[in-house]
Design a protein around this ligand. Sequence first.
Ligand SMILES: Cc1cc2nc3c(=O)[nH]c(=O)nc-3n(C[C@H](O)[C@H](O)[C@H](O)COP(=O)(O)O)c2cc1C
Length: 208
Amino acid sequence: MFLDFSTLAPREAYFWMASTITPRPVAWVSSISKTGVTNLAPFSFFQMLTANPPSLMISPLLNSDGSLKDTPRNIEETGEFVVNLVTYGQVEAMNQTSFGYAPGESEFEKCAIPSLASSLVKPPRVAGASVSFECRLARLLPYPEEAPSCIVVFGTVLAAHIDEAIVGENGKVDPARLDLVSRMGADWYGRTQAEGNFELTRPAGWAR
Ligand SMILES: Cc1cc2nc3c(=O)[nH]c(=O)nc-3n(C[C@H](O)[C@H](O)[C@H](O)COP(=O)(O)O)c2cc1C
């Protein structure tokens, strides 16, 4: 099967890319508007960029009328956000927060998601998340420039809250204890579990 993307509608390109570029980690992003309304939404177009400075990105698509989703609008307004990672036990709650609530409505309240104050930024973090990264906006990039369909959010990680339950006796994160959820195609999700994990050391002579 050969797919010439110049012949595909954006919807078809989305389908083939989003169902094969998997598993994608899910950033469960908390933010706050300039008037103080909190917001929480999942984004699987999400990655680490570099550790120097510690940086990550999410890519919220534009709404069909070209407007910004609440998350990037809040981040543009206040310059701060929190990326919470999603454990299997939180997957139903995460899914509920993807509903298109009005800008004045908080998913924390609508979906009864418990929150905790962050340490360095205003948006709260999700209580019970095994990992939460407090971030400051580094750059907003509408892409592509001539006809944007998304606004890429680059963030600098200021701090992390790590649940000690995921840290092994050696002081490092134990992949078997993470149990994080990832996005597959359509309504499918993956789960990091001990049975699916394996160790592969770098080639001999490779220097870190
Ligand atoms: C698992 C999951 C991953 C998602 N990833 C993205 C994404 O990467 N980009 C995007 O624009 N929307 C994504 N969505 C849809 C948004 O979560 C949805 O549009 C949400 O209403 C945005 O909320 P907001 O307007 O409060 O920011 C995803 C939904 C789910 C359930």
